[in-house]
Design a protein around this ligand. Structure first.
Ligand SMILES: Cc1cc2nc3c(=O)[nH]c(=O)nc-3n(C[C@H](O)[C@H](O)[C@H](O)COP(=O)(O)OP(=O)(O)OC[C@H]3O[C@@H](n4cnc5c(N)ncnc54)[C@H](O)[C@@H]3O)c2cc1C
Length: 326
């Protein structure tokens, strides 16, 4: 067991995972209390930093009161452009309604309310503390119609350089605060103290399960993604066929921490008997078991709502018009 705060393997907070959630959680801890010893533990090597966040378009959904509430936050609207933009408010009610709609009413109400009600404050916080360079999403969420830029839906914001930019911004902010990330370090299991509370994590280095050692902290924050890069878990949680789906992002999200938490009888949120996922139309020639660090989200086929999709038997299998990335 640890020798207390003087032990070099003792931290106040250990964050598992260096995606956007992990980087932001670590940053948030340091912003609140600069003296805290915070460590990020990341299974992937440094070249794969940023988890799935790196592969994204950096698109961000937020409630807002229309253009005037977003303009002070973005850096890509020169003065001569702002009078040529039509961007209607996207209220907290609109956001809540969309969450209900796409989840078929199965959203966790408490978490959903936090996501919606704190969305714009989070944008401000990420700009101030996370160094995030917000842009209006002209390329994906607006069309130029008779000289005016018309936005639709709630996804008006993006980050300069997409996910690559987001992870760069957050990583720089984390480093500036003196937070260390230990790469190539996989959390194998969670440690409990005599009272059954979390006491730290057991880790291995560079996939070598024989080199295990312990790191201690009274708070461990799990930001280690889902099980999307694990063929067996996809099949067992989501049903036959899902083992064949292509992985769009990091190959390191194999559900380790979900299983470790469930092993300790962690309270589940959501409905495990009807597990769904966020999937998209993706190029069949993409790598099957992990994304491409260079092309990232360029395999997306986002124009499909405008046409018909047929499978290899020539059958339609999806309602292409059900949504238009609202
Ligand atoms: C191609 C693509 C495009 C997307 N586009 C968007 C978008 O535009 N907008 C949007 O909002 N969302 C988008 N998403 C979803 C978004 O990426 C995720 O919701 C978000 O990145 C999740 O962040 P996270 O930090 O929770 O997890 P992740 O980013 O997945 O990070 C998890 C980290 O945990 C690490 N880890 C896993 N197991 C262990 C272990 N045992 N020990 C130590 N570390 C471990 C992993 O290596 C990884 O680095 C997209 C996703 C993909 C794949």
């Amino acid at each position: 067991m640890p020798q207390g705060p003087l032990d070099p393997n003792y931290y106040d907070i250990i964050v598992v995972g260096s995606g956007a959630a992990g980087l932001t959680a670590a940053l948030s801890a340091k912003v609140s209390s600069p003296d805290l010893r915070v460590l990020i533990v990341e299974k992937a090597p440094r070249e794969w930093r940023g988890g799935n966040g790196y592969f994204t378009a950096g698109a961000y959904r937020t409630a807002h009161d229309g253009l005037p509430s977003l303009l002070p936050l973005v850096s890509n609207v020169p003065p001569e452009l702002k009078d040529k933009i039509d961007l209607a408010p996207y209220t907290t009610e609109d956001f809540q309604h969309d969450l209900q709609r796409v989840t078929g009413g199965r959203i966790d109400k408490e978490l959903g309310a936090v996501l919606v009600n704190d969305s714009l404050d989070t944008v401000r916080w990420l700009k101030e503390h996370g160094n995030v360079d917000w842009w209006l999403s002209f390329r994906r969420q607006a069309y130029e119609v008779q000289g005016r830029w018309k936005f639709w839906g709630g996804l008006a914001l993006t980050v300069k350089d997409g996910g690559k930019g987001l992870i760069k911004n957050l990583s720089e902010a984390v480093t500036k605060r003196g937070i260390v990330t230990s790469f190539d370090t996989k959390v194998e299991r969670l440690l409990l103290n005599g009272e059954g509370s979390i006491a730290g994590v057991e880790v291995s280095k560079q996939g070598n399960a024989d080199s295990k050692f312990q790191l201690y902290a009274p708070s461990v924050i799990l930001c280690a993604g889902g099980f999307e890069a694990n063929r067996e878990l996809r099949k067992s949680f989501m049903g036959p066929g899902w083992e064949l789906a292509h992985v769009r992002g990091t190959p390191y999200n194999t559900g380790d921490m979900l299983l470790a938490a469930l092993d300790l009888d962690a309270r589940k949120a959501g409905d495990y008997s009807h597990t769904g996922c966020h999937s998209v139309c993706w190029d069949a020639d993409s790598p099957p078991d992990g994304g491409d660090r260079d092309k990232t989200n360029e395999f997306t086929k986002s124009g499909y709502p405008l046409g018909l999709m047929l499978n290899v038997r020539g059958q339609r299998f999806v309602d292409e018009g059900v949504d238009l990335r609202k």
